[in-house]
Ligand binder design. Structure first.
Ligand SMILES: [Fe+2]
Length: 167
């Protein structure tokens, strides 16, 4: 079996202690690797695959951020607004870079993938971990015991309800 090239791999230390969020982070890492694979094949060869994956990644990131924001709202997270701003700043920056790609500007696909990788890992390690620790603290205090939270939202592939179970 041919080994796929990866720029980033999931590690258990990235876990924020919320299964649903961890699974979504794994998918973001998977999409980052797909972009990496396309970027190293040369722009002419992989432009279409790269752009398709960029659009899939933008959709998935929006879906994932919305999950986290619903969790933060649900637990009255004190840093909700600053965390949400990190998400929207990231989306703006990605869309700006996508526009550059579409306008045919000479932008490096490799730089874009590196930006993505660094942002995702730093955001998980700092902001998302902080959110996870807050949720764990609430659970320890008994404030969130045995709560099943229904998050209704659209997935990139269609309507779907997402369940967050806090035990
Ligand atoms: Fe986040």
């Amino acid at each position: 079996m041919k080994l796929k090239k990866q720029i980033v791999q999931w590690h258990d230390s990235y876990s924020v202690g919320i299964h649903l969020v961890d699974e979504q982070h794994k998918e973001l890492i998977n999409l980052t690797n797909k972009l990496y694979e396309a970027s190293i094949q040369g722009w002419d060869k992989s432009k279409d695959a790269f752009m398709n994956t960029v659009h899939a990644a933008v959709d998935y990131a929006g879906y994932h951020f919305s999950t986290e924001e619903k969790i933060m709202e649900r637990i009255n997270y004190p840093d909700y607004l600053s965390h949400k701003k990190e998400h929207s700043d990231f989306v703006k920056e990605v869309l700006r870079q996508v526009q550059d790609f579409q306008a045919g500007q000479k932008v490096s696909a490799n730089d874009f993938v590196l930006f993505l990788k660094n942002w995702v890992l730093t955001h998980i390690a700092v902001c998302d971990k902080k959110m996870g620790l807050y949720l764990i603290k609430l659970k320890r205090e008994g404030a969130l015991h045995n709560i099943t939270m229904q998050i209704k939202q659209e997935t990139p592939t269609g309507a779907e309800g997402v369940r967050l179970i806090i035990k």
